[in-house]
Design a protein around this ligand. Structure first.
Ligand code: ATP
Length: 394
């Protein structure tokens, strides 16, 4: 096992940096997921760690040993890919043992063979593929092939496991099953793992920590719950969640025509954003920080009909335009107030009777209201962050 440290890791193709100064410290035995949209640089980070791609800038350490120029076969990494990369003409047993056979070894031929056989048997047992050892890859299901690919990486006892979308070729049911198997395997073996995916369910269920990437940059590194409840910027806020967080960029308007809170303001009025959002006055500081425009973020599952929230932090006039009944709940799509420019979505109880064109007053509690700078998208400090801190320290 190994700890990994990357500092300012950069990869450029021509003038373009497709991985741009990524910093990351990975503990020995940690399960890290690189998550982001297609083309954001996840695979390139993985390939640089494996030694398959030259590093253009920055440093890579395994257990504090600089690895930048170390060839791939000296890094002791096991890789698993989306397409399994099995040899079609070899049996499962041969596929598993192939890498071992090509390694120099000491001792007699017979004892070396015996050692390989015993390693294959151990891995096959661990992955429950003992009954498949004589099969060829084309005789296996997708899940079985992926287990063989895992076995082939595991048999070499890697210090680091690198997985590039290993579940993408599996159908939904199998994906869930293999995902759970992977989590169990990691609990058992505790091999430092970096797993690449664009599927947030995979990321949030498997990771100790998630690295959310976009356009070559690591936007946020945190536990699944940190990423969900305190997104560092509006991209992360919208990328995480199904559907993602509602983001509305609106002008701040204080009561009585004043441009900022101060003497003479009736506290009970709250602060207006655009024409259809009213916020608790506790948010005055964060809105001051924001300037004239602010991006308000609230997750669809945190918006409730106003009568269900005891002390609302935000109240929203929402017009329902369409809805999807999903059995356990429904998603209502629409716009703020009377506009056609501020779309949003709210998760309502399955029994709620949605009507097209209906205006509902929705509300959210303090911890569920987020603010981002309208220009940079960066999270602004605010009461919601204070609330979280208080709970953590309690
Ligand atoms: P996906 O989820 O689609 O696999 P990704 O996040 O893994 O995407 P990468 O494969 O790391 O993204 O690619 C990042 C960017 O680098 C992309 O814009 C890609 O086109 C570019 N890129 C990757 N390899 C090369 C190359 N050899 N030459 C030029 N550009 C490349």
């Amino acid at each position: 096992m190994a700890s990994i440290r990357i500092a300012g890791l950069t990869k450029s193709f021509g003038a373009k940096a497709v991985v741009d100064e990524v910093d990351l410290d990975i503990d020995d035995g940690e399960f890290i997921v690189l998550l982001g949209p297609s083309g954001c640089g996840k695979t390139t980070v993985l390939r640089m760690i494996a030694g398959l791609e030259q590093i253009s800038g920055g440093k890579l350490f395994f257990d504090e040993k600089l690895m930048n120029s170390e060839p791939p076969d000296r890094r002791n990494v096991g890789m698993v890919f989306q397409n399994y990369a099995l040899y079609p003409h070899m049996t499962v047993e041969k596929n598993l043992s192939f890498g071992l056979g090509s390694r120099p070894r000491v001792g007699s031929r017979a004892s070396a063979k015996q050692e390989i056989r015993s390693k294959v048997a151990d891995v096959a047992k661990l992955l429950d593929i003992e009954h498949l050892l004589e099969h060829r890859p084309k005789q296996l299901s997708g899940g079985q092939r992926q287990r063989v690919a895992l076995g082939r990486a595991l048999i070499r006892k890697p210090s680091v496991f690198l997985m590039d979308e290993p579940l993408s070729n599996l159908d939904a049911n199998l994906r869930e099953k293999v995902r759970m198997e992977l989590a169990k395997l990691h609990d058992q073996l505790a091999i430092t793992t970096i797993f690449v995916t664009h599927d947030q369910v995979e990321a949030l269920t498997l990771a100790d920590r998630v690295v959310v990437m976009n356009q070559g940059k690591a936007l946020q590194i945190g536990t699944p719950s940190e990423i969900y409840s305190s997104p560092a910027d509006s991209f992360v806020a919208h990328f995480i969640g199904t559907p993602g967080m509602n983001l509305w960029t609106l002008p701040c308007r204080y009561p009585n025509g004043l441009s900022a809170p101060g003497d003479g303001i009736d506290d009970s009025l709250g602060v207006q954003l655009g024409g259809s959002v009213t916020l608790a006055t506790e948010f005055s500081d964060v809105l001051d920080e924001a300037g004239e425009l602010v991006t308000l973020g609230i997750r669809p599952e945190h918006l409730r009909p106003v009568e269900e929230i005891k002390s609302p932090a935000a109240m929203i006039d929402f017009r329902i335009e369409s809805f999807e009944q999903l059995g356990s709940h429904q998603l209502a799509y629409g716009y703020l107030g009377t506009s056609d420019k501020e779309p949003g979505v709210v998760q309502l109880d399955a029994k709620y009777r949605c009507r097209r064109g209906e205006h509902v007053t929705l509300a959210a509690g303090f911890d569920d209201v987020h603010f981002f700078a309208a220009d940079s998208g960066k999270r602004l400090s605010g009461p919601n962050i204070l609330h979280l801190d208080i709970r953590v320290n309690a």
